[in-house]
Design a protein around this ligand. Sequence first.
Ligand SMILES: [Zn+2]
Length: 888
Amino acid sequence: MRGHVVAIIAVVVAATATREPTLARQAQAQSPQQYFGFRIGTDGELARYPKILEYLQHLSKTTNRLQYKEVGKTTMGNPYVLATISAPENLARIDRLVEINRRLADPRGLTVDEARKLAEEGRAFVFLYATIHSTEVGNTQALTEIAHRLVTENSPYIKQILDNVVLLVVPSQNPDGQYLVVDHWYKTKGTPFARVYPDLYHKYVGHDDNRDWFMFTQIETRLAIGIQNQYKPIITHDMHQMGSGGARIFVPPFDDPYDPNIHPILAQGQASYGMAVASALVAEGKGGVEWGNRYDLWTPARQYMVYHGQPRILTEIASVNLADPIVNPAGKNVPFGAQEPRANFPLPYTRSDWRLRDIVDYGVTAAFAGISHVARHRTLWLENFYKVHADWVNWKGKPYAFVIPAEQRDPFETSELLDILRIGEVEIHQAKAPFTAGGKQYAAASWVIKVAQPYGAFAKTMLERQRYPDLRLFPGGPPKPPYDVTAHTLGMLMGVQVDEIAEPFDASLVNVTKAELHGTVFPPAPKWAYVIPPESNAGFIAVAKLQAARVPVFRGAAAFDLAGKAVAPGAWIIPPSSEATRILSEAARATGLPVAAADQPVKVDAYRLKPETRIGLWRGANNMPGGWMKWLFEQYGFNHRVISSADLSGELASLYDTIVLPEGTSRDTIVRGLDPARNDKEWSWAYGVGDAGWKKLADWVRNGGTLVAIGSSVETARALLDLPIEPILPASSRSARAAGASDASPSDPNQVLRDAFSSPARLDAVLRDRVIDPTTLFYCPGSLLQNEFNTAHPVGFGMPAQWPVFFESDQAYRLKPGFAIQSEVVARYPSRGPILQSGWLLGEDLLRDSQVDYRTQPRATFKLLFNAMFHGPSTHVPASELARLTGS
Ligand SMILES: [Zn+2]
């Protein structure tokens, strides 16, 4: 303890000693207006991201309140930056302050008195970031003014903030998008071209980049989680923009429902911060602040922080046309949308114009109001941070734990799941010996995740089944749509068996920091062939590598016996060679892929994969599912290319064996595509292919090409080929998330309801609308539904007989009766038993005995997509030929 005291005194002395030169340095710090050459928020002008980074470096060199750090590189290789702002005395002892945060975050062995002392000694770390959605440009602009004021002003107000708060500022959570969007904005100035960037502003996931905070697939997510885990902030403020009608800014508290795993203290923290912001805005006469509406707090996809002891503060400010002002289209002197005062909307906004500078002003006020509120009650916030974790550590509720059995169909996805938990700082134990829990026997090496741990909230919400509340717009009325999906049960999404154990049990456990993979004993080279069972997704990683190395790959067309063990249909059969041995042993080591050896040929028909199967991806401009698919294909190393409209003027068969149409690929996006009059030649790949191209695509399929359509693209394929299927569900409104849109929700239920009651005629029209007739209702906003699979079919190879499939306002189909062409059903909803496994489903019976379309995001069903992609171009090989073809 003495060592600490000495160290602190030394720091204070050092800070005092540098005070004189500091004042001199502060005088040199330029204002944003001086530095950028225009006032931030000026109509039509945007400070560019690289220059913003230069400006933050300028502030770090000219003052002693800001530390600039490049934390890493983004997906496209741009700098991802953290600026830490606080009083120099706090910056000088930041390691000690972080140590306090860590101790409060894991309070095991800490007494209440010790915790209180630490809360008094500690400082409140606030994580503040902007522009995860790159077209929501205003808040990154605002951060330049926020930073400048904090590092240059010497008022008691700013001093109180700096003394009590350590601000972790990420100027943009998606820097690549700032380059793309702002550069495009200036490049198109004075041209006939569209000013808003026409494609995904994050290379892979576009606007979905804030739906990644529970699976951590993207680099930027991991960089932000790295900051979260390193510093352990006690609050996160996430600055967004929304649509431009109605409210000017949304602040917490959120709308229903809240995930019940969010600690009530955090819910109250959100309300308290949000009200501080609302009060400040109203006091400044800034109208249009709203809370308790529109944005809910259900899915962890957007809210890592609430499972890590922090209130999540979302501010959503009304948008303009990127940097150009908007005037209410309803006319001058008409305010935007509904502006009647309400309990959660105290001060209407009365102007009929809205400008970038307004966004900056609202953003600056919101940030300062929130941060100074935290600064004034610093000790209380730190004590609450401790209490949340203390309650999780002392969890006595149900379940006691989750057990992940050692034996899994897919060791690769099992290790991926454990990795996600580990990134979320969940403690994982492994059993040293067999044990019994919940009346079931578990083998040694099974994993145990106890809920009683600092981040038990994250473990519980990711591993349990979601029971979404049956929320209605009014009693007996239509469902109130959630803001996002309703199910995220990781085991189901990833094809991993996870058991919920209600009561405490005894087992000999060790804490593990790395998942040891099972089944990785690699066999000696066989005389006939390597055999890989079809259950692991990692089989496809190996196949992509084998194909790239021109190693032939076969799949068993049916089940067979190997050394007395049954191997499921679709097993991979690979002739031994030094290349095959190298690739498979590496894959086995890296992914836990089980590889067996067969010295004698097995008697089974097979399919020979087309060497180097060429996959075309119809990514489409600004289609998020296409971007996700691109990322997925790169992860698996598939031999693929993004289809360019120019491909349709040549011979498709010379380019592709399989073409994948991701969700969201419509006839219109294919035929019309991007408009050449509004988009420069660099976008020619996404121009429409016209009716001739559409016909060429249909001919390519009829001549043997394999078309794999996903989600809404099934409708496109049905139109292209006149498929013998028909939709069975009533037309449902698709998810509100239009590609690349801001966070405006066109189907915002409360807005729909307000509109409905705006006039008697309007209400009549709404009630006539079949979609809100509760008796014909089908509603499934992103849930996990039970499916039965035909695992003997090449598209169902490797699937379990039953597993839940993710369904988000999708369609379901049945075969039209009486069609002569051959079509087969691979997956269907069960005739009896519960369909809903996790989330929310209304109208279950409409699905009985119908088939599903494919959806790729959940890893449990990747195999359906991959099987289809590779099977189409493959050729049938009789057993007698297989016996000869393989072997050296
Ligand atoms: Zn947003």
